[in-house]
Design a protein. Structure first.
Length: 515
C-alpha cells in the first residue's frame, strides 16, 4: 500500500500550472457536489485496461491513443462523437489488419478539457465597454480549457462551476459512446458505416476498400469455420466476445487535481471473486484520517451507521476516466501531480520530452510504480522528428537498466508544433514530421531490443457544415499547404490531423508495428 498518500496529499506539494479561483467557497461547493456524484467508469474496466497494457508492453498488442488536444464542451454532440469514434475504430481495424496484433483503443475524450499553457496570460484585442466594435489591447488569463475558463477573451476568469459542467459533459459523451458500442456501432461486420466515403484521395479510398473487403472475407471464413459461433442469431452476426463490439477506453491529462481528487474513490476489493464489492466513501479533504490507507471503511452496500470494523486494504481509483496522464509541464518529481498519480490504481501515462534526464525518469518510475505492476505506466515520448535520435536512446537505456517494464508510446505531435508561415498566430504540424518521428522511434526501439508499443496522436474526424475536414496540419494525401490552414482551422489549442491525414498515416505503413 502506498505510504503517506491520500487523494488530497498532493495539496501539500508545489502545484505546477495551478488555477487560482477567486472564491474558495464556490470551489468547495462544487467539489462537494462532485464527490457526491457517481463514478463515470468502474474499477473492473480500469483493471482490464491495465491488463491489456501489460500485453502491449510485451509486444502482444498495439496501443492507439488519439483525440483532440483540447476537447470542448461543444464537442459533446452526436456528430463529433460519432466521427471520433468511427475514426479510431477504423484506424484500429487497419492496424490490426496490417499487423495481426490486437489493438488497445484509448481516446482523448470524455474529460480532455484542461490545458497547461506556456504563458499564464496573453495580450488580446478586447472589446471596449460601451463602445460597439471598438477594441483595445488587454492582458487576460490564457485559455486553460473548457473546465477552467472560456475561449472568448471576455470569459477568461476561472469559474469553478465549469468543473461540474466538465463532469456532466464527460458523462453525456461517455453515455453516448457506451450506447453506440452496445448497439453494434463497432460491429466488425459493418465497418462501411464508419463513413470513410468522405476520404477524397482515390488511392486512399481504394486502399481502404481493399482492407475492408479482405476483412469481410476473413469474417466470412470465421463465420463458416466457427460453425456454431453466432449460430442461433438470425442475423448471422458473431456474438459478443467475437466481433460485435470492442473495448474502448477514455483518457485525459490529469491536470486539474481538485477535479481528479473529487472523482477518486476508495474501493474495497472482494475477498473472493474477481471484482470490487463496493465503493467506500470518497476520501475527505486533506488531513482526514478516513482518507488514509488501511483505515476502517464503510462500503456503500452497508446501511448507514453499519461499519466494517476489520482493517481492509482499500485501493483508490480515479473513476473519472480509465487512463490519465501527467503532462510534460507538470511532471516534477516533488510536485503535486506526481504525488497524486502515485496513489491511484489506474494505468497512467507520463509525457517524456527532451528535458527529462535518464536518472530522473527511473526515479519517476520508482515513485509512481514501486511494485513494477505490469501495464501500469506508459511512457509517452515526445521530442520532435529532429530530436528523437538524440534523446530516445538514452531514455530507453535508462529504463532497460532499471527493474521497470513500461509501455513505450510515441506522441508524434507535441515535439513537432510550429507556427504557420502565412499566419504566425496559427500553430501547425507537418505530416512528414509526424511520420518521421514515429518511424525513427520504431527503428530506435528495434535496434535497442525494446518495443514501440503504440502511438499517441491529436486527430479529429470533425468536418464543417460543408463536409470539409479541418485544415490544421500541413501535408498528407490532400496535400494541404501552409496557405490552406485558415480554410477550416477549428482547434482552440494544438493542430490535429484530419480524417484523411489520420488514415493516411496508416497508408504510409508507418503503423505496422513489429513487422
Ligand atoms: C497534450 O498532450 O495536449 C500536451 C499538452 O502534451 P505535453 O504535456 O506533452 O506538452
Ligand atoms: Mn496538445
Amino acid at each position: 500500500m502506498t505510504s503517506n498518500w491520500s487523494p488530497s496529499s498532493w495539496r501539500e506539494k508545489p502545484i505546477a500550472q495551478d488555477v487560482v479561483y477567486e472564491d474558495q467557497q464556490d470551489l468547495e461547493k462544487v467539489l462537494g457536489k462532485l464527490r457526491h456524484l457517481p463514478p463515470l467508469v468502474t474499477p473492473i474496466e480500469i483493471d482490464r485496461l491495465r491488463a491489456q497494457l501489460a500485453d502491449v508492453a510485451q509486444g502482444k498488442a498495439f496501443l492507439l491513443q488519439g483525440g483532440d488536444c483540447a476537447e470542448l464542451f461543444s464537442a459533446c454532440s452526436q456528430d463529433p462523437i460519432e466521427h471520433k469514434l468511427s475514426l479510431i475504430l477504423l484506424m484500429s481495424l487497419i492496424i490490426l489488419h496490417g499487423s495481426r496484433l490486437p489493438v488497445v483503443r484509448i481516446a482523448r475524450i470524455a474529460g480532455q478539457y484542461a490545458k497547461p499553457r506556456s504563458k499564464p496570460t496573453e495580450v488580446v484585442d478586447y472589446p471596449v465597454e460601451g463602445q460597439e466594435g471598438k477594441m483595445e489591447k488587454k492582458e487576460v488569463i490564457s485559455f486553460r480549457g473548457d473546465n477552467v475558463n472560456g475561449f472568448e477573451v471576455t470569459d477568461r476568469r476561472p469559474d469553478p462551476e465549469r468543473l461540474l459542467s466538465a463532469y456532466f459533459h464527460s458523462s453525456a459523451t461517455l453515455n453516448y459512446i457506451r450506447a453506440l458500442l452496445s448497439s453494434g456501432f463497432a460491429d466488425l461486420n459493418t465497418p462501411r458505416q464508419w463513413s470513410f466515403s468522405h476520404v477524397r484521395s482515390p488511392s486512399l479510398q481504394k486502399a481502404f476498400e481493399e482492407v475492408i473487403d479482405s476483412l469481410m472475407d476473413s469474417l466470412d471464413f470465421m463465420r463458416v469455420a466457427a460453425g456454431g459461433v453466432g449460430a442461433g442469431k438470425s442475423d448471422g452476426t458473431i456474438s459478443r466476445g467475437g466481433t460485435e463490439t470492442v473495448d474502448f477506453y477514455t483518457s485525459h491529462e490529469g491536470l486539474s487535481l481538485e477535479y481528479e481528487e473529487a472523482l477518486t474513490r476508495a474501493v474495497q476489493p472482494l475477498s473472493a471473486g474477481n471484482g470490487f464489492s463496493s465503493f467506500a466513501r470518497p476520501a475527505r479533504p486533506s488531513g482526514s484520517s478516513s482518507s488514509r490507507a488501511n483505515s476502517t471503511v464503510r462500503g456503500a452496500s452497508q446501511s448507514a451507521g453499519e461499519t466494517v470494523d476489520a482493517k481492509v486494504e482499500q485501493k483508490y481509483y480515479n473513476l473519472s476516466s480509465h487512463f490519465i496522464w501527467i503532462g510534460d509541464r507538470t511532471r516534477q518529481l516533488d510536485g503535486a501531480h506526481v504525488e497524486y498519480f502515485r496513489g491511484i490504481q489506474n494505468p497512467i501515462g507520463i509525457k517524456v520530452g527532451p528535458t527529462m534526464k535518464g536518472d530522473e525518469l527511473v526515479r519517476m518510475l520508482d515513485i509512481v510504480n514501486p511494485d513494477n505492476i505490469p501495464g501500469k505506466v506508459t511512457l509517452i515520448s515526445r521530442y520532435g522528428a529532429d530530436k528523437v535520435e538524440k534523446f530516445l536512446p538514452a531514455h530507453i537505456e535508462a529504463v532497460k537498466n532499471s527493474r521497470h517494464v513500461v509501455v513505450w508510446q510515441c506522441d508524434a505531435m507535441h515535439g513537432n508544433t510550429k507556427s504557420s508561415e502565412t499566419d504566425p498566430s496559427l500553430k501547425t504540424r507537418h505530416f512528414v514530421d509526424i511520420i518521421s518521428e514515429i518511424s525513427s522511434s520504431m527503428k530506435i526501439h528495434k535496434e535497442l531490443g525494446t518495443i514501440l508499443g503504440g502511438v499517441h496522436l491529436e486527430l479529429t474526424g470533425e468536418i464543417n457544415e460543408d463536409g470539409f475536414s479541418v485544415t490544421e496540419c500541413i501535408g498528407g494525401s490532400m496535400d494541404l499547404m501552409d496557405k490552406d490552414l485558415s480554410l477550416n482551422y477549428l482547434s482552440h489549442c494544438d493542430p490535429r490531423l484530419n480524417y484523411e491525414q489520420s488514415l493516411g498515416m496508416l497508408h504510409s505503413n508507418v503503423l505496422r508495428p513489429h513487422l
